[in-house]
Structure formats: C-alpha cells, structure tokens
Write a protein that binds this ligand. Structure first.
Ligand code: BEZ
Length: 224
C-alpha cells in the first residue's frame, strides 16, 4: 500500500543514512539550519549533472541563508563521490551531501523520499527515479515547501532561492509575498493583522491598492 505523504507542517522523518559526508541522522544533519532535500533520478545523467552543478555553484548563496543541502538518488555513496570528483564539486562537500537510497530498506531515505511526496512505490522497482523532488525544512524540522517535477524537467534554482527568501521572511514577519515577488520588492501584510497593528508593526508605511470593489485588503509595505 502507498505510504501517506508528508504534508506541509509535518516533521521530517529522522532517517539514518550513509552520505558523502559520512553517516548522518537527518535531524542532527539539519541542526539549527534550514534544509533542502532534493532527489534526482540518477548520478551521471545529463539533466542531473546540470542541476547538481548549479547547486554546487550556489552553495555560498545557500550558506548565506543558513540552508544545508542534501541530494538523494539510488546510486551508492561511492558513485556519488566519483561523480563529485569528476565534476569538481569537491569543495562544496560541506554544504552539499549526497546520499543513496537503498530500495526496500525500512526508513531508508528513498522510502522517505517517496513518503515525503506521496510518490508511487512503482518508481522503486526501476533503476531510475522518475521524479525530481524539492523539500524545504525549517530549523524546527517541519516541512515548509515541497515541489515535484518529472524527471524530464530540470529544476529552476533561482526559484528555489527565491522561495527560501520568501519562506524565511514570512516565517519571522507578519507578511506574505505576492505573485512574482523578488527580494527587495514590497510585501503584503497578512490578512489577519488589523490595520491599527499593521501601522505600528511596519513603520515604513502600509499602502493600500485601489480595487474595483473598493475594498482595502491589498495592503503593501516595503520589505521589512
Ligand atoms: C537526466 O538527468 O538527464 C535524466 C534522468 C532521467 C530521465 C531523463 C533525464
């Protein structure tokens, strides 16, 4: 039977696994950091190589945001290490751990990956994972975001960084980010905050956009 998926707000499974950084327990690996767990179909495949290359290049950006990255596929730690070596990703090892998922093993990260995305167990009987998953966890180990792509569509790491910025901003301030928001753009006051409190909380001002309905619920403030 398919395992139930992990929903936003659920705690990350605390799996134990061998990685390119040695044996980890996921919660200890995360520590007080934010974390991104992303799965890829297979090492040494073209789209995956471009993705891991970009992840490695962006390691300083993730580090600045206190985000640890961990990538997952069905390949062995030895394969992961060889792949990192030939691609020259060695220097980013500290921030980009790769772990294998062994099929059939209870609580293995592979099963966790499936569980996280409510993915079909059918994928587990193939040599290649048929999806690319992105899971972002907060320092409280709770799932904050998940995105699922098919194997044939490479992910957009600019978008991943953008959502990290939004998740971190909205975790600590009473704001939400509007469509196509980028860091530095104005943000929106959350609908549950009364006008009087919003004025006090956002000294740079709260600006309401006119709507055909005349209602004043589009409340913007400069990014705090
Ligand atoms: C790739 O990473 O290039 C890839 C992997 C599995 C299916 C299709 C593409």
């Amino acid at each position: 039977a398919a395992m139930p998926g992990l929903l936003l707000g659920d705690e990350a499974p605390n799996f134990e696994a061998d990685t390119t950084q040695g044996r980890i327990r996921f919660h200890d690996f995360l520590g007080d950091s934010w974390g991104i767990l992303f799965s890829h179909p297979r090492d040494f495949t073209p789209v995956c190589t471009t993705e891991l290359g970009r992840a490695a290049k962006l390691a300083p950006e993730f580090s600045k945001r206190n985000v640890k990255m961990i990538a997952l596929s069905i390949d062995s730690v030895q394969d992961h290490l060889s792949w990192c070596k030939v691609q020259g990703w060695g220097e980013v090892q500290e921030q980009l751990a790769l772990l294998p998922c062994s099929r059939g093993q209870r609580r293995s990260p592979c099963r966790t990956g499936h569980r996280l995305g409510t993915m079909c167990l059918k994928s587990q009987s193939t040599e290649v994972l048929k999806f690319r998953a992105v899971f972002i966890f907060g320092p409280d180990k709770k799932l904050k975001l998940s995105i699922l792509y098919p194997a044939t569509t490479g992910r957009n790491f600019d978008e991943i960084l953008r959502v990290v910025d939004s998740l971190q901003l909205t975790a600590y301030k009473k704001v939400a980010t509007p469509v196509d928001w980028k860091p530095g753009d104005s943000v929106m006051v959350v609908p549950t905050l009364p006008d009087e409190e919003a004025k006090k909380l956002f000294p740079k001002g709260v600006f309401t956009k006119d709507l055909p309905s005349g209602k004043k619920y589009l409340r913007y403030t400069p990014q705090p």
